[in-house]
Design a protein around this ligand. Structure first.
Ligand code: FES
Ligand code: FES
Length: 190
């Protein structure tokens, strides 16, 4: 999904900026994923070339994070690393040593099992069809609202630009995030 020129190129660059730094060959790493600490061994749990998306899905069994384009162009694989939205398909697992990662599985209330308000708003607004891109969009939405609980429509478009939904649910996504922003303004979000 490489695009040249115009919004496509800007979006692609924006997404590509969503990486972490600090690569280097390591034999053991520690990741905190959804609050749980995982000690991983190179060669057994991950390869030096493994992406975070692969390790989350194949080693930790967290398949809620999707891999679509697998080269940083669509946003489907977005997770939060130290609270920032990051493309896990172009982030090496070794780069994440010592970092705190939140995936879509980490959003529901661990006690009640209730959906996170962002997830619920997407359900209420039918903001997806096949849902393949949805976990990534929800993670970026969470990052946006954590930073700015009452974003404008332009803020929402800016934060979610570069997330490609092949089912064209973008309008409903914006409705869902606007609803959350309105609730935050009224003090109705938890
Ligand atoms: S950006 Fe990672 S799968 Fe598309
Ligand atoms: S809901 Fe189907 S690709 Fe986004």
């Amino acid at each position: 999904m490489e695009r040249k020129g115009g919004n496509g190129e800007r979006n692609s660059k924006r997404l590509r900026n969503r990486t972490v730094s600090g690569a280097g060959k390591k034999s053991n790493i520690s990741l905190t994923v959804n609050g749980k600490i995982y000690e991983l061994t190179a060669g057994k749990d991950f390869k030096q070339s493994s992406t975070l998306a692969e390790t989350l899905r194949e080693t930790l069994g967290l398949t809620g994070t999707k891999i679509a384009c697998d080269h940083g162009g669509c946003g489907a694989c977005t997770v939060l690393i130290d609270e920032k939205p990051i493309l896990s398909c172009i982030t090496l697992t070794v780069e994440c040593d010592g970092k705190s990662i939140i995936t879509i599985e980490g959003l529901e209330d661990p006690v009640t099992g209730n959906l996170h308000p962002v997830q619920q708003a997407f359900v209420d607004n039918t903001a997806f069809q096949c849902g393949f891109c949805t976990p990534g969009i929800i993670m970026s939405t969470k990052a946006l609202l954590d930073e700015n609980p009452s974003p404008t429509e332009d803020d929402i478009k800016e934060a979610l630009a570069g997330h490609y939904c092949r089912c064209i649910s973008h309008y409903e996504v914006i409705d869902a995030v606007k609803e959350l922003a309105a609730k935050a303004k009224d003090g109705r979000n938890e």
